[in-house]
Ligand binder design. Structure first.
Ligand code: ZN
Length: 437
């Protein structure tokens, strides 16, 4: 068993404010799956946590994929026939399709329109679009602005480079008492979007800082990576290390006003799946548990059949279920410190279950031991129930999480009861870390 519970008090309110503050600093940066925006983001995180920044050269084969050329952008705009800037990258980095090839050209409106993206259903939002693996270019704009464009010749400038370089990611390992690892993975490849990418990045950073404060049973590996290609690159370079991952969480979309949602790992019954279901089942209103599907964030890669790692995903409202997703409306107004803090606190509770679980033996299994004479009799019903459940099921075949699940009591109540019974000499630990090892 590890030391005291690390669960943050006050519903994670302080953490929520700190995460929001970090996100606010990162928000304006134009990130993509490679390039200086991603590097700058990681170097900002490095001020708070001792992140290792890795560079993998363009052209490196990673399983069925190839690390792409590096993309960097300096400026981009469109001038209308009167010379007025009608689209300006400097006003919003969402205006340029990510990975657009360099362009410097004059063209009629009809031709330009083939490269413009807007959202007729949300005419005041700018969509977020990418063109990673197909050389193309484009602009995204408010539908109202698109409708206002007049006929004539437009000057189009995308001052970008797509060249040999590298893919950057950040990695941090916090050593625990064992080499068994818990993976925390967040994608960091989106430009100015708050809930999608920055909430996970910010939360993972604060989580690393929090976990570093106390000794841990597990080692923790944090990855800040570009989505898909980053996870595939890490897996390709760390096939052996990946086998040490006993539990993992992909963090994505943790600041919106919705309630928590946990997506099961491909296995569906891994310790992380059980710990998340237990914690989210005990909160009010209860969180939602959804089954695995081979779509979504980087759980797709960690749960590919050649790895089948026990990695689930935690979000609030899942992507695609909120209209702000992948638009300029996913901004700092859309998220809140309260939601971020709540996510932070629940994730710590889930990790705490993995850290604190263990299996015990009742040393007085014939008839109930007399609790009163040991000062264990409690007037609080749930406290007594926790003592009785732990005594009854501690036959060496049930872990504390098993007992919490079966009793319907909170894991931390069960854990506390086990501690009291062990102190009174009624319980002995059989194996530490029954969950996940
Ligand atoms: Zn996204």
């Amino acid at each position: 068993m590890s030391g005291g519970a690390r669960v943050a008090g006050g519903g994670g309110a302080d953490a929520g404010r700190d995460i929001l503050q970090l996100m606010t600093g990162l928000f304006p940066i134009c990130r993509s799956i490679t390039g200086d925006g991603l590097r700058e983001t990681l170097s900002i995180l490095k001020r708070d946590i001792p992140l290792e920044i890795r560079e993998v050269p363009s052209g490196t084969r990673v399983f069925d994929w190839t690390v792409p050329k590096e993309w960097n952008i300096r400026d981009a705009y469109v001038l209308d026939p009167r010379g007025k800037k009608v689209i300006d990258f400097r006003r919003s980095n969402l205006h340029v399709v990510s990975y657009s090839i360099p362009v410097r050209k004059t063209m009629p409106l009809a031709e330009l329109k083939g490269h413009l993206h807007s959202l007729p259903d949300h005419p005041d939002w700018i969509p977020y679009r990418t063109s990673y693996y197909r050389e193309d270019w484009g602009f995204c704009l408010r539908h109202t602005d698109l409708l206002a464009l007049e006929g004539g010749d437009y000057e189009v400038v995308i001052d970008a480079s797509l060249a040999e370089g590298s893919l950057t990611y950040g990695e941090l390992v916090l050593e625990g008492r064992t080499k068994d690892e818990i993976l925390i993975s967040a994608h960091a490849c989106h430009p100015s979007l708050a809930n999608d990418n920055l909430s996970g990045v910010g939360l993972a950073t604060l989580l690393a800082g929090e976990l570093a404060k106390a000794p841990r049973a597990f080692s923790y590996r944090f990855l800040f990576i570009p989505g898909t290609i980053g996870a595939i690159t890490w897996l390709a370079r760390n096939e052996k290390t990946a086998q040490r991952i006993k539990s993992g969480l992909v963090l994505a979309g943790l600041g919106d006003p919705g309630h928590l949602t946990y997506k099961n790992s491909r296995r569906g019954d891994a310790p992380i799946d059980r710990a998340a279901a237990h914690v989210l089942g005990q909160v009010s209103p209860p969180g939602r548990i959804v089954g695995f599907s081979p779509y979504g964030y980087d759980e797709r890669q960690y749960c590919s059949p050649g790895f089948n790692l026990p990695v689930g995903r935690i979000s609030r409202t899942p992507f695609g279920e909120y209209p702000e997703y992948h638009t300029s409306a996913d901004d700092l107004e859309f998220i809140s410190a309260a939601s971020l803090g709540d996510s932070f606190e629940k994730i710590l509770r889930i990790l705490d279950v993995l850290e604190q679980d263990g299996t015990f033996l009742n040393l007085n299994p014939k008839g109930e031991p007399q609790l009163g004479k040991r000062g264990l009799y409690s007037k609080a019903g749930t406290e007594e129930m926790a003592l009785l459940w732990v005594l009854n099921l501690s036959d060496g075949g049930h872990s504390l999480l098993d007992i919490a699940e079966r009793s319907g009591l909170r894991f931390d109540s069960i854990k506390k009861a086990a501690g009291k019974l062990a102190e009174a000499g009624l319980l002995a630990e059989k194996a530490a870390g029954g969950t996940g090892r």
